[in-house]
Design a protein around this ligand. Structure first.
Ligand SMILES: NC(=O)C1=CN([C@@H]2O[C@H](COP(=O)(O)OP(=O)(O)OC[C@H]3O[C@@H](n4cnc5c(N)ncnc54)[C@H](O)[C@@H]3O)[C@@H](O)[C@H]2O)C=CC1
Ligand SMILES: O=C(O)C(=O)[C@H](O)COP(=O)(O)O
Length: 379
């Protein structure tokens, strides 16, 4: 049997012909919420970031051969416990990187609009230059912004980048955006001392994992530094974020930076492919269908860009795809109710990527920039 998080995209088209599928809310895939009979039958387990696949859960599933997480982060998997039992596992690196890039760009445009400043004049510091950090970097570079990178493992491996140390970055960048995994050496990477060292008027974005920023310290620093602007998508203690941090954040969302229809489908596709290529493959697995074959939703209505592509018109295009300011309002309302955090996650499953919007323009330069940002363009 295949047991999966109910919020996983395309389970039916990809797996229904191969095995019985049993779905549950991700947080209910746990020892205390599954009966023994179900646990014993699970051969393939497909999860998202909210299901801790720990040693006890793994031990209770004697038939388990494959675990797939349709996420980039793997901090919820006990990989040692999986590997010691010879259970094959896979994640979905890069599946939702474009969505994170689009979220961060939209958030920065929203803040620039609110503060009446030009994003163009701000220097950006990206902490982590993997899939999501690079997706942000590409978009900001396409707009001509100065972007610095901090990724000691990549720098040490000889990769090219505009490298700065984290501490140097905090002192000279107007925007710091975090894109590192949650692991021992990144826990509270931004601690009280580093948060206090943020350049006056800085904007801090966290779309990685809540634990990367010391949330309580951030509340204290922000109380003393009203000049700071905060964009928080991830939180310590999800699904119950620190209320004081929600209150003092300028944009707050429910761990949905990486949510897009396309990203969710790519995640399940990658797991289908990984399972098919593993010794745990289900019988007679066909080739993984393409994104176009699985994408059943229509494109967004096309728009024409009248006039120049400037900060205001670009924000308008981003809002047509995804209204982040409205999501921020809904999140603040939802979070006061029990289950509100997860309700906003579920409500965000229909977001499209920029590529779903065709922008018609006769301005060749605007078309080039829009294409580099991920929009579909047409003359
Ligand atoms: N909010 C959301 O919806 C999403 C959150 N995430 C989170 O963001 C994290 C990053 O995602 P990706 O960029 O796709 O991962 P990735 O694995 O492609 O890149 C992470 C980068 O961080 C670097 N890194 C590691 N330690 C570092 C340190 N101490 N300082 C600076 N850089 C360091 C690595 O060398 C690597 O290049 C994921 O692990 C996940 O936890 C990912 C996707 C969506
Ligand atoms: O890919 C990751 O890592 C993430 O954080 C996901 O975007 C989070 O989404 P869920 O998998 O928890 O729905």
């Amino acid at each position: 049997m295949l047991l999966a998080d109910e919020n996983m995209a395309c389970l039916e088209p990809l797996f229904a012909d191969l095995t019985p599928i049993h779905t549950r809310p991700g947080r209910a895939i746990s020892l205390d919420q599954l009966d023994d009979a179900t646990l014993k039958q699970v051969h393939t387990l497909l999860v998202r970031s909210v299901t801790p696949v720990n040693a006890a859960l793994i031990a209770a599933m004697p038939s388990l051969r494959f675990v797939g997480t349709a996420t980039i982060g793997t901090d919820h998997l006990d990989i040692e416990a999986l590997e010691s039992r010879g259970i094959h596992w896979a994640s979905a690196p890069g599946c939702n990187a474009e969505a994170v890039g689009e979220y961060v760009l939209t958030a920065l445009l929203e803040l620039a609009e609110r503060d009446g400043v030009a994003l163009q004049d701000r220097t950006i510091g990206l902490v982590g230059l993997g899939n999501t950090g690079s997706a942000v970097a590409r978009r900001l570079a396409a707009l001509g912004l100065t972007v610095w990178h901090c990724d000691p493992p990549k720098q040490a491996a000889g990769a090219s980048g505009n490298w700065l140390t984290l501490d140097a970055m905090l002192g000279c960048c107007d925007v710091i955006s975090c894109h590192v995994p949650n692991q021992t050496d990144t826990f509270h990477l931004l601690d009280h001392k580093r948060l206090a060292a943020l350049k006056p008027g800085s904007w801090l974005v966290n779309a990685s994992r809540g634990e990367v920023v010391d949330n309580a310290a951030l509340v204290a620093v922000k109380a003393a530094r009203p000049d700071l602007r905060l964009v928080m998508d991830v939180w310590e203690g999800e699904p119950e974020p620190l209320a004081a941090l929600v209150d003092c954040s300028d944009i707050a969302t429910a761990h949905i930076a990486g949510y897009s229809v396309e990203g969710k489908i790519r995640g399940t596709q990658m797991l289908h492919q990984a399972l098919a290529q593993s010794p745990a493959a289900l019988e007679a697995m066909p080739a993984t269908p393409s994104l176009a074959q699985l994408l059943e939703v229509p494109r967004l209505p096309p728009v024409t860009l009248d006039g120049p592509l400037d900060q205001a018109s670009l924000l308008g295009l981003c809002r047509r795809v995804y209204d982040l300011a409205e999501e921020d309002r809904r999140f603040r309302q939802a979070i006061t109710e029990p289950g509100g955090f997860d309700a906003r996650r579920k409500a965000n499953l229909a977001r499209r990527e920029f590529s779903a919007l065709t922008v018609q323009t006769t301005d060749t330069r605007a078309a080039t920039t829009l294409a580099a940002l991920g929009f579909d363009t047409k003359e």
